[in-house]
Design a protein around this ligand. Structure first.
Ligand code: F6P
Length: 546
């Protein structure tokens, strides 16, 4: 609803000059807007989330489905301009009403090996995590599935003069488009990423004709001219592309390069300034730039900002992200929610073991030096204490504080179930959206963690995040593309280090390192104990290596 009000209010926002000549930023409504606000509001369905949906609905993205000149020239529009009951409604208004403004199609453009899959995976993680149901339609997958018996899809298949190849590729394109259309008809569907090279004007025109007047769409073109990055992308393609899974490495690489040449023969970069597009030019080198053309609105704007950060970090390097809960706290021992207690003796052991394990796992740079590491904690005692012995620079984030349990802070789950059964049942029913009275929901937590995600994505160094159960569920959910509804129940145990390593296609490889903390009332004295545990770690590392 806020989106709705904001869009209405912003239409009435006028700027007045003060006598001194400076701008007055106060919001005032034009007479017309005041009238329209007094009038009964129409029954607005746009932006309303269906019951039980886990999606965040947006409206008014202001990405027009076509530019103005196209609107003027569309024939069907002319036919209805003066007819029927809506004859007095301006043509442009009627036209906009027909475009589904809750949904967006992102059309990727670029030669093979230009990081389209990386962009796709990153956008999927981000948009789904923010609650916008986003799906990927990869034409290459359709091509592979439709491959006929005996059909060879080597470089010659992609030759622009190969009639059979063109036909098969067109067939795959149409199948992907149809699936995308069907999916977009679903109520919850919001953003579709159409992933193909889409590298000619003719192809893009086909797509525009199809979406024109129905869907909002924008293009994201990825251009890369850096030979080192291209080499790295090609190497990765050879390792993971299903097209080359049973081809010998040299042969595969030659074929892939030949395929790219075929595409280059017909490739046309986007030049039409009437189009809505984001062009990423050599962004992953760290020296590139972005061309943002006719992009406005909430989601597209967020995407531009996000891509700027993600691409700034450059191509995936052997960087690691470690996620860990604080060591067991005194509240954990008593099964109490929230609070700001210190870590327990078992938690202290974890804090002492953590540095060695992390130091051993720091990756090396290309030059052979160990990568810099920084440690991010919440502002709560238990994470600060857990990170105390980590020999790296530390940063405290309020945004990393545990979910606020509001009036139930300091209670146990059993107490809530017994004394406030309705609240207990409500949380059980919808843990993602349930908001503790005077506290937070998981959706609230996700919103406040967005800057943390952006900073991790921007970072080129390794990061250790020492935080809390709900917080790490949300962060892990983002990196591992977990459906939002599953996030509140993810397993994030105490005394377990989660190691995430970015892969070149924008995903994360994961390893979990559980620590064997023995809780005992009569633990040995500190020095002996430390020795025992370091031996234990050496043993387990040796076992792993064996
Ligand atoms: O129990 C530890 C804890 O970090 C609490 O402080 C917090 O309320 C809870 O976990 C979050 O987990 P859940 O959302 O499953 O209750």
């Amino acid at each position: 609803m806020w989106e709705f009000w904001r869009s209405r209010l912003s239409k009435g926002k006028t700027r007045h000059r003060r006598r001194g000549g400076s701008d007055d930023d106060t919001l005032s409504l034009s007479p017309m807007t005041s009238r329209s606000l007094e009038a009964p509001l129409p029954d607005i369905q746009v932006g309303a989330a269906p019951e039980n949906s886990t999606h965040v609905y947006f409206k008014d993205m202001i990405v027009a489905a076509s530019d103005d000149s196209e609107e003027e020239s569309e024939p069907s529009e002319r036919g209805t301009a003066n007819s029927g009951s809506d004859a007095r409604i301006p043509r442009k208004v009627r036209r906009r009403n027909r475009v589904d403004r809750q949904k967006l199609i992102i059309i990727l453009v670029g030669l093979p090996g230009r990081g389209k899959t990386f962009l796709c995976n990153k956008l999927m993680c981000y948009l789904n995590w923010l609650g916008h149901d986003t799906r990927h339609f990869n034409v290459g997958q359709y091509r592979r599935v439709q491959k006929g018996a005996g059909e060879v899809q080597d470089a010659s298949f992609f030759d622009p003069t190969n009639e059979a190849g063109l036909k098969a590729r067109h067939h795959a394109l149409m199948a992907a488009l149809e699936d995308m259309d069907t999916w977009l008809e679903e109520d919850s569907a919001q953003v579709a990423i159409f992933d193909a090279t889409n590298s000619t004007e003719q192809r893009r025109q086909l797509l525009r004709n199809r979406f024109h007047g129905k869907r909002q769409y924008l293009f994201i073109e990825s251009i890369c001219n850096d030979p080192d990055i291209l080499q790295q992308n090609y190497r990765y393609k050879m390792m993971y592309s299903p097209d080359y899974k049973s081809t010998e490495a040299d042969k595969a690489l030659n074929d892939f390069k030949e395929r790219i040449e075929k595409y280059e023969e017909v490739y046309e970069t986007i030049t039409d300034r009437n189009m809505h597009y984001i062009k990423l030019i050599d962004m992953v080198t760290g020296r590139g730039y972005m061309d943002v053309n006719r992009i406005s609105g909430y989601i597209p704007g967020k995407m531009v900002f996000f891509l700027m950060q993600v691409c700034k970090a450059g191509v995936a390097r052997m960087r690691k992200i470690w996620l860990t809960r604080h060591g067991e706290s005194e509240y954990n021992e008593r099964a109490l929610l929230g609070g700001d207690s210190s870590i327990s003796p078992a938690g202290q052991i974890y804090a002492r073991l953590l540095p060695d394990v992390i130091v051993d796992r720091i990756p090396l740079t290309l030059e052979g030096a160990t990568m810099p590491v920084s440690v991010w904690t919440s502002t709560l005692r238990r994470t600060i204490q857990t990170a105390e012995l980590l020999p790296f620079p530390k940063l405290r984030w309020k945004a990393l504080d545990e979910i606020q349990a509001g009036i139930f802070d300091g209670w146990t789950y059993e107490e809530i179930a017994e004394k406030q059964p309705e609240e207990y049942a409500a949380r059980k029913r919808d843990k993602l959206r349930y908001r503790y009275p005077s506290g937070e929901s998981y959706m609230d937590v996700i919103q406040r963690l967005e800057p943390v995600i952006i900073e991790i994505e921007r970072e080129r160094e390794c990061v250790v995040v020492v935080a809390h159960q709900a917080i790490l569920r949300a962060l892990y959910g983002y990196f591992m593309k977990i459906p939002l509804s599953d996030v509140p129940r993810l397993e994030i145990p105490l005394h377990t280090l989660i190691e995430l390593v970015p892969t070149p296609d924008g995903r994360m490889a994961e390893e979990r390192i559980p620590f064997n903390i023995r809780k005992s009332m009569d633990m040995p004295a500190r020095t002996t104990m430390e020795k025992q545990f370091s031996e234990m770690i050496t043993l387990s590392v040796n076992r792993e290596q064996a």
